[in-house]
Design a protein around this ligand. Structure first.
Ligand code: G6Q
Length: 554
Protein backbone atom coordinates (compact mmCIF):
# COMPACT_ATOMS: atom_id res chain seq x y z
CA UNK A 1 0.00 0.00 0.00
CA UNK A 2 1.28 3.49 -0.85
CA UNK A 3 -0.46 5.39 1.92
CA UNK A 4 -0.21 5.14 5.72
CA UNK A 5 -2.54 2.40 6.88
CA UNK A 6 -4.39 3.33 10.06
CA UNK A 7 -6.57 0.22 10.19
CA UNK A 8 -6.17 -1.19 13.68
CA UNK A 9 -7.19 -4.83 13.25
CA UNK A 10 -7.09 -5.63 16.96
CA UNK A 11 -9.22 -2.63 17.91
CA UNK A 12 -11.69 -3.38 15.10
CA UNK A 13 -12.00 -6.92 16.43
CA UNK A 14 -12.70 -5.65 19.94
CA UNK A 15 -15.37 -3.26 18.62
CA UNK A 16 -16.97 -6.11 16.68
CA UNK A 17 -17.15 -8.27 19.79
CA UNK A 18 -18.68 -5.41 21.77
CA UNK A 19 -21.23 -4.83 19.08
CA UNK A 20 -22.13 -8.51 18.80
CA UNK A 21 -22.80 -8.49 22.51
CA UNK A 22 -24.87 -5.31 22.23
CA UNK A 23 -26.91 -6.92 19.45
CA UNK A 24 -27.67 -9.88 21.71
CA UNK A 25 -28.55 -7.66 24.64
CA UNK A 26 -31.10 -5.67 22.71
CA UNK A 27 -32.64 -8.67 20.95
CA UNK A 28 -36.00 -8.25 22.62
CA UNK A 29 -36.12 -4.50 22.43
CA UNK A 30 -38.30 -2.94 19.73
CA UNK A 31 -37.95 0.39 17.98
CA UNK A 32 -41.20 1.44 19.66
CA UNK A 33 -39.60 0.64 23.06
CA UNK A 34 -36.76 3.00 22.19
CA UNK A 35 -39.24 5.80 21.47
CA UNK A 36 -40.96 5.15 24.81
CA UNK A 37 -37.62 5.25 26.66
CA UNK A 38 -36.45 8.52 25.12
CA UNK A 39 -38.99 11.31 24.56
CA UNK A 40 -36.32 13.24 22.62
CA UNK A 41 -35.44 10.34 20.39
CA UNK A 42 -36.33 12.17 17.17
CA UNK A 43 -34.04 15.06 18.06
CA UNK A 44 -31.29 12.76 19.29
CA UNK A 45 -31.40 10.68 16.14
CA UNK A 46 -31.73 13.38 13.48
CA UNK A 47 -29.15 15.36 11.55
CA UNK A 48 -29.11 18.20 9.06
CA UNK A 49 -26.32 18.86 6.56
CA UNK A 50 -25.79 20.36 3.12
CA UNK A 51 -29.48 20.93 2.45
CA UNK A 52 -30.55 17.47 3.61
CA UNK A 53 -32.25 16.34 6.80
CA UNK A 54 -31.93 12.78 8.07
CA UNK A 55 -34.26 11.27 10.64
CA UNK A 56 -32.90 7.90 11.71
CA UNK A 57 -34.97 7.53 14.85
CA UNK A 58 -37.07 4.68 13.41
CA UNK A 59 -34.17 2.29 13.78
CA UNK A 60 -32.91 -0.20 16.37
CA UNK A 61 -30.05 2.14 17.27
CA UNK A 62 -29.34 3.22 20.83
CA UNK A 63 -26.93 5.94 21.88
CA UNK A 64 -24.61 3.27 23.27
CA UNK A 65 -24.52 1.33 20.01
CA UNK A 66 -24.06 4.53 18.02
CA UNK A 67 -20.98 5.43 19.98
CA UNK A 68 -19.58 1.88 19.70
CA UNK A 69 -20.14 2.00 15.94
CA UNK A 70 -18.33 5.34 15.84
CA UNK A 71 -15.45 3.69 17.70
CA UNK A 72 -15.45 0.98 15.06
CA UNK A 73 -15.08 3.63 12.34
CA UNK A 74 -12.33 5.22 14.37
CA UNK A 75 -10.48 1.92 14.80
CA UNK A 76 -10.72 1.35 11.06
CA UNK A 77 -8.79 4.62 10.59
CA UNK A 78 -11.66 6.35 8.80
CA UNK A 79 -10.44 9.90 9.41
CA UNK A 80 -6.92 9.16 8.19
CA UNK A 81 -8.20 7.31 5.12
CA UNK A 82 -10.56 10.19 4.34
CA UNK A 83 -7.73 12.71 4.49
CA UNK A 84 -5.44 10.45 2.46
CA UNK A 85 -8.17 10.20 -0.18
CA UNK A 86 -8.99 13.91 -0.36
CA UNK A 87 -5.31 14.80 -0.55
CA UNK A 88 -4.62 12.53 -3.52
CA UNK A 89 -2.82 9.51 -2.07
CA UNK A 90 -2.97 6.27 -4.02
CA UNK A 91 -5.98 4.75 -2.27
CA UNK A 92 -6.90 2.51 -5.21
CA UNK A 93 -3.71 0.53 -4.73
CA UNK A 94 -4.59 -2.41 -7.03
CA UNK A 95 -4.84 -0.02 -9.96
CA UNK A 96 -2.22 2.38 -8.56
CA UNK A 97 -4.59 5.34 -8.73
CA UNK A 98 -5.61 8.22 -6.53
CA UNK A 99 -9.34 8.63 -5.88
CA UNK A 100 -10.19 12.25 -6.43
CA UNK A 101 -13.75 12.73 -7.63
CA UNK A 102 -14.02 15.17 -4.72
CA UNK A 103 -11.40 17.38 -6.42
CA UNK A 104 -13.77 17.75 -9.39
CA UNK A 105 -16.17 19.66 -7.17
CA UNK A 106 -13.73 21.06 -4.61
CA UNK A 107 -12.54 24.59 -3.97
CA UNK A 108 -10.51 25.54 -7.08
CA UNK A 109 -8.15 27.55 -4.88
CA UNK A 110 -7.20 24.54 -2.74
CA UNK A 111 -4.51 22.68 -4.73
CA UNK A 112 -4.42 18.89 -4.96
CA UNK A 113 -1.24 17.35 -6.32
CA UNK A 114 -1.03 14.23 -8.43
CA UNK A 115 2.40 13.32 -9.81
CA UNK A 116 3.62 16.86 -9.16
CA UNK A 117 0.72 18.42 -11.05
CA UNK A 118 -1.95 20.58 -9.42
CA UNK A 119 -5.02 18.85 -10.83
CA UNK A 120 -7.31 21.69 -9.75
CA UNK A 121 -5.89 23.70 -12.64
CA UNK A 122 -6.91 20.91 -15.07
CA UNK A 123 -10.35 20.75 -13.48
CA UNK A 124 -10.88 24.50 -13.86
CA UNK A 125 -9.71 24.49 -17.47
CA UNK A 126 -12.01 21.58 -18.30
CA UNK A 127 -15.00 23.24 -16.68
CA UNK A 128 -14.27 26.38 -18.70
CA UNK A 129 -14.01 24.33 -21.90
CA UNK A 130 -17.30 22.65 -21.09
CA UNK A 131 -18.89 26.04 -20.49
CA UNK A 132 -17.70 27.40 -23.83
CA UNK A 133 -18.98 24.29 -25.60
CA UNK A 134 -22.37 24.40 -23.87
CA UNK A 135 -22.73 28.06 -24.82
CA UNK A 136 -21.93 27.35 -28.46
CA UNK A 137 -24.51 24.59 -28.67
CA UNK A 138 -27.25 26.36 -26.74
CA UNK A 139 -26.72 29.71 -28.47
CA UNK A 140 -26.99 28.02 -31.84
CA UNK A 141 -23.41 28.81 -32.86
CA UNK A 142 -22.55 25.12 -33.18
CA UNK A 143 -24.17 24.13 -36.44
CA UNK A 144 -24.76 20.75 -38.04
CA UNK A 145 -23.56 19.86 -41.52
CA UNK A 146 -26.46 21.55 -43.33
CA UNK A 147 -26.25 24.74 -41.29
CA UNK A 148 -29.09 23.93 -38.88
CA UNK A 149 -28.80 24.18 -35.10
CA UNK A 150 -28.36 21.11 -32.90
CA UNK A 151 -31.65 19.95 -31.38
CA UNK A 152 -30.71 16.53 -30.00
CA UNK A 153 -27.76 15.24 -28.02
CA UNK A 154 -27.13 11.50 -27.88
CA UNK A 155 -24.82 10.40 -25.10
CA UNK A 156 -23.27 7.02 -25.86
CA UNK A 157 -21.67 5.39 -22.83
CA UNK A 158 -22.30 2.68 -20.27
CA UNK A 159 -21.91 2.02 -16.54
CA UNK A 160 -20.24 4.95 -14.84
CA UNK A 161 -20.21 6.83 -18.12
CA UNK A 162 -23.99 6.69 -18.27
CA UNK A 163 -25.92 6.11 -15.04
CA UNK A 164 -25.00 9.30 -13.16
CA UNK A 165 -25.67 11.72 -16.03
CA UNK A 166 -28.98 10.01 -16.84
CA UNK A 167 -30.18 10.28 -13.23
CA UNK A 168 -29.10 13.93 -13.00
CA UNK A 169 -30.87 14.87 -16.23
CA UNK A 170 -34.07 13.10 -15.22
CA UNK A 171 -33.99 14.60 -11.74
CA UNK A 172 -33.46 18.13 -13.04
CA UNK A 173 -36.32 18.14 -15.56
CA UNK A 174 -37.62 21.55 -14.38
CA UNK A 175 -34.22 23.08 -15.24
CA UNK A 176 -34.01 21.79 -18.80
CA UNK A 177 -32.96 24.14 -21.58
CA UNK A 178 -35.70 24.52 -24.15
CA UNK A 179 -35.03 23.36 -27.70
CA UNK A 180 -32.50 20.71 -26.68
CA UNK A 181 -33.11 17.08 -25.77
CA UNK A 182 -30.55 14.65 -24.40
CA UNK A 183 -30.93 10.95 -25.09
CA UNK A 184 -28.88 8.03 -23.80
CA UNK A 185 -27.71 4.88 -25.53
CA UNK A 186 -25.88 2.36 -23.38
CA UNK A 187 -26.84 -1.22 -24.17
CA UNK A 188 -25.15 -3.32 -26.86
CA UNK A 189 -28.68 -4.50 -27.69
CA UNK A 190 -29.29 -2.71 -31.00
CA UNK A 191 -32.81 -1.92 -29.81
CA UNK A 192 -31.36 0.79 -27.59
CA UNK A 193 -29.62 2.63 -30.44
CA UNK A 194 -32.28 1.94 -33.05
CA UNK A 195 -35.20 3.18 -30.98
CA UNK A 196 -33.27 6.26 -29.86
CA UNK A 197 -32.31 7.25 -33.39
CA UNK A 198 -35.77 6.50 -34.81
CA UNK A 199 -37.05 10.06 -34.42
CA UNK A 200 -33.77 11.93 -34.81
CA UNK A 201 -32.28 13.76 -37.80
CA UNK A 202 -28.54 13.32 -38.48
CA UNK A 203 -28.06 16.98 -39.43
CA UNK A 204 -29.35 18.24 -36.07
CA UNK A 205 -27.96 15.50 -33.80
CA UNK A 206 -24.74 15.69 -31.80
CA UNK A 207 -23.22 12.53 -30.33
CA UNK A 208 -21.09 12.55 -27.18
CA UNK A 209 -19.03 9.39 -26.97
CA UNK A 210 -18.49 8.93 -23.25
CA UNK A 211 -15.77 6.44 -22.48
CA UNK A 212 -12.87 6.88 -20.13
CA UNK A 213 -10.98 4.01 -21.80
CA UNK A 214 -12.45 4.39 -25.29
CA UNK A 215 -12.24 0.60 -25.40
CA UNK A 216 -15.59 -0.49 -24.01
CA UNK A 217 -17.26 -2.93 -26.41
CA UNK A 218 -20.79 -1.61 -26.02
CA UNK A 219 -19.86 2.05 -26.35
CA UNK A 220 -17.56 1.61 -29.32
CA UNK A 221 -20.01 -0.60 -31.20
CA UNK A 222 -22.84 1.84 -30.58
CA UNK A 223 -20.60 4.75 -31.58
CA UNK A 224 -19.61 3.02 -34.84
CA UNK A 225 -23.22 2.23 -35.69
CA UNK A 226 -24.20 5.81 -34.86
CA UNK A 227 -21.46 7.04 -37.20
CA UNK A 228 -22.82 4.75 -39.97
CA UNK A 229 -26.30 6.15 -39.36
CA UNK A 230 -24.90 9.67 -39.63
CA UNK A 231 -23.04 8.89 -42.88
CA UNK A 232 -26.08 7.17 -44.40
CA UNK A 233 -28.24 10.09 -43.31
CA UNK A 234 -26.42 12.67 -45.45
CA UNK A 235 -23.32 13.43 -43.38
CA UNK A 236 -19.84 13.28 -44.92
CA UNK A 237 -16.74 11.85 -43.23
CA UNK A 238 -15.26 15.34 -43.22
CA UNK A 239 -18.26 16.53 -41.16
CA UNK A 240 -17.95 13.97 -38.36
CA UNK A 241 -16.22 16.66 -36.28
CA UNK A 242 -19.44 18.70 -36.21
CA UNK A 243 -21.50 15.79 -34.91
CA UNK A 244 -19.23 13.70 -32.69
CA UNK A 245 -17.42 14.83 -29.58
CA UNK A 246 -15.89 12.63 -26.88
CA UNK A 247 -15.12 12.51 -23.21
CA UNK A 248 -12.17 10.20 -22.71
CA UNK A 249 -8.73 9.78 -21.24
CA UNK A 250 -7.72 7.90 -24.39
CA UNK A 251 -7.20 10.76 -26.82
CA UNK A 252 -5.41 8.57 -29.38
CA UNK A 253 -8.32 6.14 -29.78
CA UNK A 254 -10.91 8.91 -29.81
CA UNK A 255 -8.96 10.62 -32.61
CA UNK A 256 -8.69 7.35 -34.50
CA UNK A 257 -12.48 7.19 -34.38
CA UNK A 258 -12.60 10.53 -36.19
CA UNK A 259 -13.09 12.99 -33.36
CA UNK A 260 -11.05 16.20 -33.50
CA UNK A 261 -8.66 16.68 -30.60
CA UNK A 262 -10.25 20.03 -29.74
CA UNK A 263 -13.55 18.16 -29.25
CA UNK A 264 -12.18 15.60 -26.82
CA UNK A 265 -12.85 16.48 -23.18
CA UNK A 266 -10.45 14.89 -20.71
CA UNK A 267 -10.95 12.19 -18.11
CA UNK A 268 -8.25 11.27 -15.68
CA UNK A 269 -7.00 8.11 -14.05
CA UNK A 270 -7.85 9.54 -10.66
CA UNK A 271 -11.59 9.57 -11.41
CA UNK A 272 -13.34 6.21 -11.16
CA UNK A 273 -16.10 5.60 -13.72
CA UNK A 274 -18.92 5.32 -11.18
CA UNK A 275 -17.76 8.56 -9.54
CA UNK A 276 -17.38 10.48 -12.81
CA UNK A 277 -20.66 12.39 -13.01
CA UNK A 278 -18.76 15.41 -11.70
CA UNK A 279 -16.19 15.35 -14.53
CA UNK A 280 -16.71 16.09 -18.22
CA UNK A 281 -18.80 12.89 -18.21
CA UNK A 282 -21.42 15.33 -16.89
CA UNK A 283 -21.35 17.17 -20.24
CA UNK A 284 -24.83 15.96 -21.28
CA UNK A 285 -26.13 17.29 -17.95
CA UNK A 286 -24.45 20.66 -18.52
CA UNK A 287 -25.98 20.84 -22.00
CA UNK A 288 -29.45 19.90 -20.83
CA UNK A 289 -29.67 22.08 -17.71
CA UNK A 290 -27.09 24.76 -18.51
CA UNK A 291 -23.57 25.16 -17.16
CA UNK A 292 -24.66 27.36 -14.25
CA UNK A 293 -26.86 24.55 -12.97
CA UNK A 294 -24.12 21.99 -13.52
CA UNK A 295 -21.85 24.13 -11.35
CA UNK A 296 -24.60 24.22 -8.71
CA UNK A 297 -24.73 20.43 -8.79
CA UNK A 298 -21.00 20.43 -8.05
CA UNK A 299 -21.49 23.00 -5.28
CA UNK A 300 -24.12 20.80 -3.62
CA UNK A 301 -21.75 17.83 -3.68
CA UNK A 302 -18.97 20.02 -2.32
CA UNK A 303 -21.15 21.07 0.62
CA UNK A 304 -21.64 17.38 1.46
CA UNK A 305 -17.89 16.74 1.05
CA UNK A 306 -17.11 19.52 3.51
CA UNK A 307 -19.63 18.20 6.01
CA UNK A 308 -18.24 14.67 5.61
CA UNK A 309 -14.68 15.85 6.09
CA UNK A 310 -15.34 18.07 9.08
CA UNK A 311 -18.25 16.76 11.17
CA UNK A 312 -17.48 14.36 14.02
CA UNK A 313 -18.67 10.81 13.34
CA UNK A 314 -21.76 11.06 15.56
CA UNK A 315 -22.99 14.13 13.67
CA UNK A 316 -21.83 13.06 10.25
CA UNK A 317 -24.63 12.09 7.87
CA UNK A 318 -22.72 9.76 5.52
CA UNK A 319 -20.94 8.16 8.47
CA UNK A 320 -24.18 7.58 10.36
CA UNK A 321 -25.91 6.07 7.32
CA UNK A 322 -22.90 3.84 6.71
CA UNK A 323 -22.77 2.73 10.34
CA UNK A 324 -26.47 1.94 10.32
CA UNK A 325 -25.84 -0.25 7.28
CA UNK A 326 -22.97 -2.00 9.10
CA UNK A 327 -25.14 -2.47 12.19
CA UNK A 328 -27.91 -4.08 10.12
CA UNK A 329 -25.71 -6.25 7.98
CA UNK A 330 -22.91 -7.35 10.26
CA UNK A 331 -24.69 -7.53 13.58
CA UNK A 332 -28.42 -7.89 12.95
CA UNK A 333 -28.29 -10.03 9.80
CA UNK A 334 -29.75 -7.92 6.98
CA UNK A 335 -28.45 -8.61 3.46
CA UNK A 336 -30.23 -6.05 1.37
CA UNK A 337 -31.22 -2.40 1.59
CA UNK A 338 -33.76 -0.39 -0.35
CA UNK A 339 -33.63 3.21 -1.53
CA UNK A 340 -37.09 4.51 -2.25
CA UNK A 341 -37.38 8.12 -3.41
CA UNK A 342 -40.85 9.58 -3.19
CA UNK A 343 -40.13 11.64 -6.26
CA UNK A 344 -40.87 10.42 -9.75
CA UNK A 345 -37.88 12.24 -11.18
CA UNK A 346 -35.57 10.16 -8.96
CA UNK A 347 -37.01 6.90 -10.25
CA UNK A 348 -33.62 5.78 -11.54
CA UNK A 349 -31.54 7.02 -8.62
CA UNK A 350 -31.43 3.49 -7.12
CA UNK A 351 -29.87 2.17 -10.36
CA UNK A 352 -27.03 4.69 -10.08
CA UNK A 353 -26.55 4.07 -6.36
CA UNK A 354 -26.64 0.34 -7.04
CA UNK A 355 -23.58 0.72 -9.23
CA UNK A 356 -21.81 3.06 -6.82
CA UNK A 357 -22.43 0.70 -3.92
CA UNK A 358 -22.33 -2.79 -5.38
CA UNK A 359 -19.40 -2.26 -7.75
CA UNK A 360 -17.45 -0.54 -5.00
CA UNK A 361 -18.04 -2.89 -2.08
CA UNK A 362 -19.11 -6.16 -3.72
CA UNK A 363 -15.80 -7.73 -2.66
CA UNK A 364 -14.57 -10.31 -0.19
CA UNK A 365 -10.83 -9.72 -0.12
CA UNK A 366 -9.38 -6.97 2.06
CA UNK A 367 -6.79 -4.42 1.01
CA UNK A 368 -3.97 -6.79 1.89
CA UNK A 369 -5.47 -9.55 -0.24
CA UNK A 370 -6.80 -11.64 2.65
CA UNK A 371 -10.37 -12.93 2.91
CA UNK A 372 -12.55 -10.52 4.91
CA UNK A 373 -13.92 -11.76 8.19
CA UNK A 374 -17.42 -10.29 7.96
CA UNK A 375 -20.22 -9.93 5.46
CA UNK A 376 -19.45 -7.15 2.97
CA UNK A 377 -21.41 -5.41 0.26
CA UNK A 378 -25.14 -5.30 0.31
CA UNK A 379 -27.79 -5.76 -2.35
CA UNK A 380 -29.05 -2.24 -2.99
CA UNK A 381 -32.30 -1.93 -4.86
CA UNK A 382 -35.37 0.27 -5.04
CA UNK A 383 -37.56 2.47 -7.18
CA UNK A 384 -39.95 5.38 -6.93
CA UNK A 385 -42.73 5.57 -4.39
CA UNK A 386 -45.68 5.32 -4.60
CA UNK A 387 -45.28 2.87 -7.50
CA UNK A 388 -43.42 0.32 -5.40
CA UNK A 389 -46.26 0.22 -2.87
CA UNK A 390 -48.31 -1.59 -5.50
CA UNK A 391 -45.50 -4.00 -6.23
CA UNK A 392 -42.65 -4.99 -3.91
CA UNK A 393 -43.57 -3.21 -0.67
CA UNK A 394 -45.57 -6.31 0.28
CA UNK A 395 -42.23 -8.05 0.86
CA UNK A 396 -40.93 -5.11 2.88
CA UNK A 397 -43.90 -5.43 5.23
CA UNK A 398 -44.44 -9.18 5.49
CA UNK A 399 -41.46 -10.86 3.80
CA UNK A 400 -39.32 -13.30 5.77
CA UNK A 401 -36.27 -11.02 5.71
CA UNK A 402 -36.42 -7.47 6.97
CA UNK A 403 -34.93 -4.84 4.71
CA UNK A 404 -33.92 -1.37 5.92
CA UNK A 405 -35.29 1.40 3.73
CA UNK A 406 -34.07 4.89 2.90
CA UNK A 407 -37.10 7.02 2.11
CA UNK A 408 -36.20 10.21 0.23
CA UNK A 409 -38.77 12.98 0.14
CA UNK A 410 -38.55 16.54 -1.21
CA UNK A 411 -40.85 18.69 0.94
CA UNK A 412 -41.87 20.88 -1.99
CA UNK A 413 -42.79 19.73 -5.46
CA UNK A 414 -41.87 21.37 -8.74
CA UNK A 415 -45.41 20.48 -9.84
CA UNK A 416 -47.86 21.94 -7.32
CA UNK A 417 -51.01 20.40 -8.75
CA UNK A 418 -53.99 19.92 -6.45
CA UNK A 419 -53.30 17.64 -3.49
CA UNK A 420 -50.76 15.42 -5.22
CA UNK A 421 -47.77 16.40 -3.13
CA UNK A 422 -49.48 16.05 0.25
CA UNK A 423 -50.73 12.66 -0.90
CA UNK A 424 -47.26 11.64 -2.00
CA UNK A 425 -45.81 12.71 1.36
CA UNK A 426 -48.53 10.98 3.36
CA UNK A 427 -47.86 7.76 1.48
CA UNK A 428 -44.17 8.01 2.22
CA UNK A 429 -44.67 8.67 5.93
CA UNK A 430 -47.33 5.97 6.16
CA UNK A 431 -44.94 3.37 4.74
CA UNK A 432 -42.34 4.22 7.36
CA UNK A 433 -44.99 4.07 10.09
CA UNK A 434 -46.31 0.73 8.87
CA UNK A 435 -42.79 -0.71 8.80
CA UNK A 436 -42.17 0.36 12.37
CA UNK A 437 -45.54 -0.35 14.00
CA UNK A 438 -46.77 -3.28 11.95
CA UNK A 439 -50.06 -4.83 13.02
CA UNK A 440 -50.46 -7.28 15.89
CA UNK A 441 -52.69 -10.36 15.85
CA UNK A 442 -54.86 -8.67 18.40
CA UNK A 443 -55.53 -5.60 16.27
CA UNK A 444 -56.08 -7.76 13.20
CA UNK A 445 -58.71 -9.71 15.15
CA UNK A 446 -60.37 -6.53 16.39
CA UNK A 447 -60.43 -5.04 12.89
CA UNK A 448 -61.98 -8.14 11.36
CA UNK A 449 -64.61 -8.50 14.03
CA UNK A 450 -65.46 -4.81 13.75
CA UNK A 451 -65.99 -5.47 10.05
CA UNK A 452 -68.60 -8.07 10.97
CA UNK A 453 -66.66 -11.36 10.83
CA UNK A 454 -67.41 -14.06 13.38
CA UNK A 455 -64.66 -14.94 15.86
CA UNK A 456 -64.01 -18.16 13.94
CA UNK A 457 -63.77 -16.38 10.60
CA UNK A 458 -61.57 -13.67 12.12
CA UNK A 459 -59.22 -16.28 13.62
CA UNK A 460 -58.71 -17.86 10.20
CA UNK A 461 -57.97 -14.61 8.43
CA UNK A 462 -56.11 -12.68 11.13
CA UNK A 463 -52.69 -14.42 10.78
CA UNK A 464 -52.56 -13.27 7.14
CA UNK A 465 -53.10 -9.71 8.25
CA UNK A 466 -50.39 -9.65 10.90
CA UNK A 467 -47.52 -7.34 9.99
CA UNK A 468 -44.44 -7.91 12.15
CA UNK A 469 -43.33 -4.28 12.26
CA UNK A 470 -40.16 -3.25 14.08
CA UNK A 471 -38.55 -2.77 10.65
CA UNK A 472 -36.15 0.17 10.34
CA UNK A 473 -36.27 3.03 7.91
CA UNK A 474 -34.50 6.36 7.48
CA UNK A 475 -36.20 9.46 6.21
CA UNK A 476 -34.11 11.85 4.13
CA UNK A 477 -35.94 15.08 3.40
CA UNK A 478 -34.90 18.07 1.37
CA UNK A 479 -36.67 21.35 0.81
CA UNK A 480 -36.88 20.90 -2.94
CA UNK A 481 -35.01 18.86 -5.54
CA UNK A 482 -32.58 21.39 -7.01
CA UNK A 483 -29.16 20.98 -8.63
CA UNK A 484 -27.59 21.68 -5.21
CA UNK A 485 -29.67 19.20 -3.21
CA UNK A 486 -29.26 16.55 -5.91
CA UNK A 487 -25.47 17.00 -5.80
CA UNK A 488 -25.52 16.74 -2.05
CA UNK A 489 -27.73 13.62 -2.11
CA UNK A 490 -25.53 11.72 -4.56
CA UNK A 491 -22.37 12.72 -2.68
CA UNK A 492 -24.01 11.49 0.55
CA UNK A 493 -24.29 7.99 -0.88
CA UNK A 494 -20.78 8.09 -2.38
CA UNK A 495 -19.38 8.78 1.09
CA UNK A 496 -21.61 6.16 2.69
CA UNK A 497 -20.04 3.59 0.39
CA UNK A 498 -16.56 4.93 1.20
CA UNK A 499 -17.12 4.62 4.96
CA UNK A 500 -18.39 1.06 4.70
CA UNK A 501 -15.46 0.12 2.46
CA UNK A 502 -13.10 1.65 5.04
CA UNK A 503 -14.63 -0.37 7.87
CA UNK A 504 -14.57 -3.59 5.86
CA UNK A 505 -11.00 -2.72 4.79
CA UNK A 506 -11.83 -3.09 1.10
CA UNK A 507 -10.45 -1.30 -1.91
CA UNK A 508 -13.77 0.27 -2.93
CA UNK A 509 -12.33 1.69 -6.13
CA UNK A 510 -11.35 -1.24 -8.32
CA UNK A 511 -13.74 -3.68 -10.07
CA UNK A 512 -11.83 -6.79 -11.10
CA UNK A 513 -14.95 -8.90 -10.81
CA UNK A 514 -16.37 -7.54 -14.04
CA UNK A 515 -13.33 -8.55 -16.10
CA UNK A 516 -13.91 -12.31 -16.36
CA UNK A 517 -17.27 -11.86 -18.10
CA UNK A 518 -15.65 -9.50 -20.62
CA UNK A 519 -12.86 -12.02 -21.37
CA UNK A 520 -15.29 -14.90 -21.85
CA UNK A 521 -17.52 -12.74 -24.02
CA UNK A 522 -14.56 -11.99 -26.31
CA UNK A 523 -13.92 -15.69 -26.80
CA UNK A 524 -17.60 -16.61 -27.28
CA UNK A 525 -18.38 -13.99 -29.93
CA UNK A 526 -16.37 -15.68 -32.72
CA UNK A 527 -18.00 -19.01 -31.85
CA UNK A 528 -21.47 -17.50 -32.29
CA UNK A 529 -20.47 -15.92 -35.57
CA UNK A 530 -18.60 -18.82 -37.23
CA UNK A 531 -20.85 -21.84 -37.68
CA UNK A 532 -17.95 -24.27 -38.16
CA UNK A 533 -15.81 -23.32 -35.16
CA UNK A 534 -15.37 -26.13 -32.66
CA UNK A 535 -17.37 -25.92 -29.42
CA UNK A 536 -15.40 -28.66 -27.72
CA UNK A 537 -13.69 -26.37 -25.23
CA UNK A 538 -17.05 -25.17 -23.87
CA UNK A 539 -19.11 -26.64 -21.07
CA UNK A 540 -22.10 -28.62 -22.37
CA UNK A 541 -24.71 -26.05 -21.43
CA UNK A 542 -22.91 -23.11 -23.08
CA UNK A 543 -22.16 -25.21 -26.17
CA UNK A 544 -25.85 -26.12 -26.51
CA UNK A 545 -26.87 -22.47 -26.22
CA UNK A 546 -24.29 -21.46 -28.87
CA UNK A 547 -25.62 -24.21 -31.13
CA UNK A 548 -29.21 -22.99 -30.71
CA UNK A 549 -28.11 -19.43 -31.52
CA UNK A 550 -26.26 -20.61 -34.66
CA UNK A 551 -29.24 -22.65 -35.86
CA UNK A 552 -31.56 -19.72 -35.35
CA UNK A 553 -29.21 -17.35 -37.21
CA UNK A 554 -29.40 -19.77 -40.13
C1 G6Q B 1 -17.25 2.15 -13.08
C2 G6Q B 1 -16.84 1.05 -13.93
C3 G6Q B 1 -17.61 0.91 -15.21
C4 G6Q B 1 -17.23 1.87 -16.31
C5 G6Q B 1 -17.81 1.36 -17.62
C6 G6Q B 1 -17.51 2.26 -18.78
O1 G6Q B 1 -16.67 2.48 -12.08
O2 G6Q B 1 -15.47 1.13 -14.14
O3 G6Q B 1 -18.99 0.98 -15.00
O4 G6Q B 1 -17.66 3.15 -16.03
O5 G6Q B 1 -17.34 0.07 -17.86
O6 G6Q B 1 -16.15 2.37 -18.97
P1 G6Q B 1 -15.56 3.41 -19.98
O7 G6Q B 1 -15.94 4.78 -19.51
O8 G6Q B 1 -14.09 3.20 -20.01
O9 G6Q B 1 -16.20 3.12 -21.32
Amino acid sequence: MDYPDHYDTEAVLRCKQDLLQAAQEQENQTISDLFRQDPDRVVNFSLAAAGLHLDYSKTPLTEGVRSRLCQLANSAGLKALTEATFSGQVINHTEKRAVLHTALRGDPEEPVWVDGNNIKADVTTTLDRMEAFVEKVSDGQWLGFDGREITDIVSIGIGGSYLGPRVAIEALRPYWEEDLRCHFVSNIDAADLATTLEDLTPATTLFIIQSKSFKTQETLTNAESARDWFLKGGGESSEIGKHFVAVSSNVALAREFGIEESNIFPMWDWVGGRYSLWSAIGLPVALQVGMANFRKLLAGARAMDEHFREAPAEENMPVILALLGIWYQNFLGASSCAVIPYDQSLENLPAHLQQVDMESNGKTVDRSGNPVSMATGVVLWGGAGTNGQHAYHQLLHQGGEWIPVDFILPLKSHYPIGRHHAMLASNCLAQAQALMHGKSLESAMQELQAAGLSVEEAQKLAPHKVIPGNRPSHLITLEKLTPETLGSLIALYEHRVFVQGAIWDLNSFDQWGVELGKQLCDSLLPLLESPDASLQALDASTAAAVQRFRESSG
